[in-house]
Ligand binder design. Structure first.
Ligand code: SAM
Length: 345
């Protein structure tokens, strides 16, 4: 990198917080630590492609995440691929738990997992300082679940992982379910019962066009309104107030106050206007939106010898360019070059 462009990057005042050109404050960082996955969920992977992008060393993730924290990030979510496949994940959490936000507080540390390895890792992750996990689970019946994951005996393994996470105190425990019409939309009411029986927050997510193959269509998406109506026919729902403006899920409890479900509706009711997120891929690229057409090579700049000050300036300037919103369903919409498993969901 030329000296002139390096010096042009050295201008972020200490204590500056990440914002974008639309005035959104960015305080939530999602970091993929591998794009390998041990599941082959039909709506995510084709099953033919493996890992496609390199992984950084654990101390490289730590340095990069630390730069974001210097710029006002307060919440870090580790994801993948399947983050629990990543050697060193417990040590990474341990080191992240030592970081402090600009306000001197510990980070809010979360992880998204398919739950397959949680049985043995929940307690060490909690001890290392992880606050919460979100487990992806797309059916509460073993046969449907395993038709989706394409892995034998995965249902009971994940159920065991969920219970281990609860026993370890990784709560409130959230379960994410991506609904696909014709595949698992018959599970909606059973999931509502599951939320109450297992004391978990079940969150239904609308399917986005981010798969490796070509499954997405507007018709396969089960929209928020339909989910609410279906559950309400069995049990009355009461909508809960949002806890913060950037909350992605619309939250509901049941009329007796027991249990909670959430619906994340990026397709039918996009929430881009309140987005507070930015992503770092497993190979160290910044993505300012799930649907970005461009990636910003932070790791490359670190390897080229940029100082922390210069890297912070680069992050600051990059986040300023965050996209206003996604364009799912609009004419001319383009899928990003990476699918969800390679971006880090
Ligand atoms: N392996 C981990 C897991 O299963 O949670 C983390 C990575 S996975 C890509 C993160 C989340 O993205 C999962 O809850 C998954 O169901 C969700 N996901 C994958 N593809 C999606 C899509 N096209 N639309 C919406 N959610 C998707």
């Amino acid at each position: 990198m030329a000296a002139a462009s390096l010096s042009a990057l050295s201008a972020v005042a200490p204590g500056s917080r990440l914002t974008d050109s639309y005035g959104r404050v960015i305080h939530d960082l999602r970091v993929s630590i591998t794009d390998r996955c041990n599941y082959k969920c039909i709506y995510c992977r084709t099953g033919e492609l493996g890992a496609q992008y390199p992984e950084l060393a654990i101390d490289e993730y730590l340095r990069l995440i630390g730069l974001f924290v210097d710029l006002g990030i307060t919440k870090v979510r580790l994801t993948g691929g399947e983050p629990l496949l990543r050697h060193g994940v417990v040590e990474l959490v341990e080191q992240l738990a030592r970081m402090r936000t600009l306000a001197g507080q510990p980070l809010d540390l979360a992880l998204t997992t398919n739950g397959h390895l949680l049985d043995s890792l929940a307690a060490p992750l909690k001890a290392a300082g992880l606050n919460r996990v979100t487990v992806s689970m797309d059916a509460v019946g073993a046969a449907t679940f395993e038709r989706i994951t394409r892995i034998e005996n995965s249902f009971h393994t994940v159920l065991g992982g969920i219970r281990a996470a609860r026993a370890a105190g990784l709560t409130p425990l959230k379960i994410n379910c991506v609904l696909l019409r014709g595949f698992n939309d018959d599970q909606i009411e059973d999931f509502a019962r599951f939320a109450r029986e297992e004391d978990v927050v079940v969150r239904f997510i609308e399917f986005m066009p981010l798969e490796e193959g070509r499954l997405w269509s507007p018709e396969i998406v089960v929209p928020l309104q339909e989910i609410v109506e279906r559950i309400s026919r069995v049990m009355a729902l009461i909508e809960l107030p949002a806890r913060e403006a950037s909350e992605t899920a619309r939250r509901y409890t049941f009329s007796d106050g027991v249990g909670e479900i959430g619906i994340i509706a990026p397709v039918s009711q996009a929430f881009c206007g309140a987005c507070s997120r930015v992503r770092l891929t497993s190979d160290g690229k910044i993505r300012t939106c799930l649907f970005s057409q461009v990636e910003h090579d932070l790791y490359g700049r670190m390897r080229a010898g940029m100082s922390d000050e210069e890297l912070r300036a680069y992050i600051f300037r990059t986040v300023q360019q965050k996209e206003a919103r996604h364009h799912i369903g609009e004419p001319g919409f383009l899928k990003p070059s990476r699918s969800m498993v390679h971006i880090g969901g």
